[in-house]
Each structure stands twice: as structure tokens, then as C-alpha cells.
Ligand binder design. Structure first.
Ligand code: TRP
Ligand code: SF4
Length: 327
């Protein structure tokens, strides 16, 4: 099989949770086995919204990259780096910004949505409008043909393709059109049944100890009909049962399905069974994290090495791009 160039980025958001693991990292890990992967920390993208709290960005990077390593992203197999350490991204972003029509950006659904929703921040900035142009630069820089992203990023991939097409038409066939490689979004809700997010305090973190994780699972809301142990319940409306669907085997799921409806089992018992399955996922990540931390490998060194590799590719690409633009 031909190795493909794969590229994806994640904004630095600090410690990652099970949703990141199941929705993104498991996929990256698989992809790194058979492809030429570039995974990077999108710190400039974080800056488009966090420009007035930059300390958060800096502090988040190491935590996030350690979670990548703990999840099995292997710096020997994939190139991992920080976007802002490869300044070529800024130059390509600038060149692409010259040819990107404003209406393409203004009608971008994520842009419109964020402007509406992020009422506590002023996002009427040049940089924020240009978010997808920067993303296009990230992708086109590495001739990436496969870009693993969630469905919400599809409009950005489409824009990247349109910008690349326009560049190739105006100057010279130089940029490769990428394709979104849709990763299955995690169906895991937070422990309170809202979207899993660290800021809601409803997330099981990859860095949680077994005790910490259980302390979050134990009080999870169940079917409110089960006030007493003798009340029958409906697993279909219970978040714990949804977790069983992800972490438990068929036999356990069947046992819970019947036990819940007939009040044959208690909710704590049910959660314990689910937690056993969850621990099968979390324990190896925890073990890998321990190895990473104990081995004394420096995240900064790994990133520096990745940066060197990325800059080599980016530098060569920019020679081609400048030549195409004749500048
Ligand atoms: N916008 C992406 C997100 O929010 C992050 C990102 C930045 C990205 N540059 C990228 C993803 C390039 C894929 C390719 O998830
Ligand atoms: Fe939910 Fe399990 Fe309790 Fe049923 S027994 S309500 S599935 S936690």
C-alpha cells in the first residue's frame, strides 16, 4: 500500500479526556502505522480566540503532548511539532490570504456560529476570520492528501480545496488537494450527560487515577425512575448504559439490559461493571504515561526533533510556492 501523507492538528487545550482519546487519538495511532503522519499543536489557531490569555496556551502544550504520547502516538513513527515553531506556516498563510475572497470566509458556517456563540469574547478580528486560511496553509504545506478531522471541520477542508484550486489556477499546479478523512466522533457524553468538556467538570481525563475516574463515575445520574433498588429502570435513557455500549462486552450489556428493567441489579453494581471496561481502556494509557514520565524523555526535545523534520518539508514546499508566485 502506498503511504499517504496524513496531517492533523489539535488546539492546545491542556489535559485531554476520554472523548479526545476515542474520537481522535485512537485514529491517529492507527494512521501512524501505515502513513507518513504529521500531528501538530495548533497554537496559532488557539491564539485566534485566546489572544488575551496567552499563558493558557503555553501551559497547555506539554500536558496535551504527554497525553498524545500516553495514548500511543509515537514520535518515531509520526512527526509531532508545534505550529508556531514552523514559521513557514505564517508565510504560506499570508500568500494564501492574498487570493482568498472575503465572501468565502464570511459564509463559513463555523465562523458564523462562533461569532454568535462566543459572546464573552470579541472575535471581530482579522485573525479569527482567517482561521481557515491558516488551516489551509497547515494542510497544503505538507501535500497532505488525508486529513483526519471531525465532521465539524468539513467546511474548512472544502475551503482548503477551493483555495488550493484557485492558487493552482492563478499561478501553477503546485498545491495538492486534500481530502477530509472523517473520524467517527466519540459518542461519549460527559458524566452529567452534557457534551464532555473539561470546562464542565464532567470529563474523565486520561491523566485521572483509577480512584479519580471512579469518583466521577460513581455519582453519575441514572434513570431517575430508579429511586430505590427495587424500582425498575429503563437503560435506554441512562447515560451509564450508553457507556456500557462503548466499554462493555455483549454479555455484560445483555445482563445490564435485563437486570435494570427487572430491578435485578443495583445502579452502583451496574456502574462497577461498566467501570471495569473503562479501566481496560484507561489503564494502558495510564501505564504508558507512567513510562513516558519515568523515562525522563523531554517533551520539548521530541517537539524540537519534530520541528526539524517538519521544517525540512515546509522549507522545500515554500521554495516551490514562492517560485509559483514568482516572489
Ligand atoms: N481547526 C482544527 C480543530 O479545531 C485544528 C486544526 C488546525 C487542524 N489546523 C489543522 C486540523 C489542520 C486538521 C488540519 O480541530
Ligand atoms: Fe442505569 Fe445501570 Fe442503573 Fe439501569 S442499572 S439505571 S443502566 S446505572
Amino acid at each position: 500500500m502506498l503511504r499517504k501523507r496524513v496531517l492533523s492538528g489539535m488546539r492546545p487545550s491542556g489535559l485531554l479526556h476520554l472523548g479526545h482519546y476515542l474520537g481522535v487519538l485512537v485514529n491517529w495511532k492507527k494512521l501512524q502505522e501505515e502513513n507518513d503522519c504529521f500531528f501538530f499543536v495548533a497554537d496559532w489557531h488557539a491564539l485566534t480566540t485566546e489572544y488575551d490569555r496567552t499563558a493558557v496556551i503555553r501551559e497547555s502544550i506539554d500536558d496535551m503532548v504527554i497525553d498524545w504520547l500516553a495514548s500511543g502516538i509515537d514520535p518515531q513513527k509520526a512527526t509531532i511539532f508545534i505550529q508556531s515553531h514552523v514559521p513557514e506556516h505564517a508565510e504560506l498563510h499570508l500568500l494564501l490570504s492574498m487570493i482568498t475572497p472575503l465572501p468565502w470566509l464570511e459564509r463559513n458556517p463555523t465562523y458564523k456560529e462562533q461569532l454568535r456563540e462566543q459572546t464573552t469574547r470579541d472575535l471581530q478580528t482579522y485573525g479569527f476570520l482567517g482561521y481557515p486560511v491558516l488551516q489551509a496553509a497547515d494542510i497544503l504545506m505538507y501535500d497532505a492528501t488525508r486529513v483526519p478531522v471531525g465532521i465539524d471541520q468539513v467546511p474548512h477542508l472544502e475551503l482548503t480545496r477551493e483555495i488550493a484550486r484557485r492558487f493552482n489556477f492563478l499561478y501553477k499546479e503546485c498545491l495538492i488537494l486534500p481530502e477530509a478523512y472523517l473520524t467517527e466522533t466519540s459518542k461519549l457524553m460527559g458524566t452529567d450527560n452534557r457534551k464532555m468538556s473539561k470546562s464542565y467538570g464532567n470529563a474523565i481525563l486520561l491523566s485521572d487515577t483509577s480512584e479519580e475516574a471512579w469518583a466521577k463515575v460513581k455519582p453519575m445520574v441514572t434513570d431517575p425512575a430508579r429511586q430505590r433498588r427495587t424500582d425498575c429502570g429503563n437503560p435506554d435513557i441512562c447515560n451509564v448504559f450508553a457507556y456500557h455500549g462503548i466499554f462493555s462486552d455483549e454479555a455484560t450489556i445483555a445482563k445490564v439490559n435485563v437486570g435494570c428493567r427487572t430491578a435485578g441489579i443495583g445502579c452502583i453494581e451496574c456502574k462497577k461493571w461498566m467501570f471495569e471496561g473503562m479501566e481496560k481502556v484507561l489503564a494502558p494509557v495510564r501505564e504508558k504515561r507512567r513510562q513516558v514520565v519515568e523515562s525522563g524523555v523531554s517533551v520539548r526535545e521530541i517537539l524540537a526533533d519534530g520541528t526539524r523534520r517538519a521544517r525540512k518539508v515546509a522549507g522545500a514546499k515554500m521554495v516551490e510556492v514562492r517560485d509559483a508566485v514568482r516572489i
